[in-house]
Design a protein around this ligand. Structure first.
Ligand code: ADP
Ligand code: MG
Length: 235
């Protein structure tokens, strides 16, 4: 699958809220078969970058490209159909639906009609035992998995994860890391925004450090995260 997945890239991306420039010229490359991480302090613009990639916010300048296609103006649902799925930092699970129903919504958003897609995704994320539980009854760690399952059920080629380890315990983080590595090995392009730098060091092929709407450092985690530590930069 690797050769067929286009890279997601941005060029000179700018985004503003009112007069405030939250993204100030971001060039990012999210290639297939790799885990790309974005780290940075609160307010750096990480979630804003996500919104621009997912189509829930339109940049004021610059481009979002998917392979050689300019998708800057495409709405979010069209990007989902093209294979770009995302999770939300604030979980976007329907509380009144069961786990299986939430995942079916994700499959339908990706235009996957194979009824076994839901069962496969439940199994992959260890959610089969709670498939008929209402989402409202489940703890955060399980809901994070439901959120990931919802995104995966549509068989995305690009997966955007905003703080996927937030609220997870150590065992859940380990399980998450295993799943994300398997997805990358399968050719999926992954972008992860994450506060847990140990997880980033374990997962990422390339790390980008964002501060005040700009990418200020990029490279393999061993190099970039060591440099951060040496500078005492808060992340
Ligand atoms: P991060 O995800 O890195 O913490 P965000 O992208 O959420 O950062 O926010 C970047 C900046 O934009 C922050 O200064 C934040 O206060 C501001 N911001 C984010 N969302 C909005 C919004 N909806 N309206 C106004 N300002 C916003
Ligand atoms: Mg954020």
């Amino acid at each position: 699958a690797e050769g067929r997945v286009p890279a997601l890239t941005t060029r000179a991306l700018q985004a503003t809220y009112g007069g405030f420039r939250a993204l100030d010229g971001v060039d990012l490359h999210v290639p297939p078969g790799r885990i790309t991480a974005v780290v940075g302090p609160n307010g750096a613009g990480k979630s804003t970058l996500f919104h621009c990639l997912a189509g829930t916010l339109h940049p004021t300048q610059g481009q979002v490209r998917y392979g050689d296609r300019d998708i800057t103006r495409l709405p979010a649902h069209t990007r989902t159909r093209l294979g770009i799925a995302r999770t939300f930092q604030e979980l976007a699970v329907f509380p009144s639906l069961t786990v299986a129903e939430n995942i079916r919504v994700g499959a339908e958003q990706g235009h996957i009609t194979d009824p076994e897609a839901v069962d496969r995704t439940l199994d992959l994320l260890g959610l089969t035992a709670v498939r008929d539980a209402p989402a409202a009854d489940l703890p955060t760690g399980t809901l994070r998995r439901v959120e990931l399952a919802r995104a995966l059920a549509g068989s995305p080629r690009v997966l955007l994860l905003d703080e996927p380890a937030a609220g997870l315990d150590t065992a859940e983080v380990t399980a998450l890391a295993r799943i994300l590595k398997a997805l990358a090995a399968d050719g999926t392009a992954l972008l992860v925004v994450e506060h847990d730098l140990d997880l980033v060091a374990d997962l990422a092929d390339v790390v980008h450090v964002m501060t005040a709407g700009r990418i200020v450092a990029s490279g393999p985690p061993a190099h970039v995260l060591d440099t951060l530590g040496a500078q005492g930069t808060p992340v």
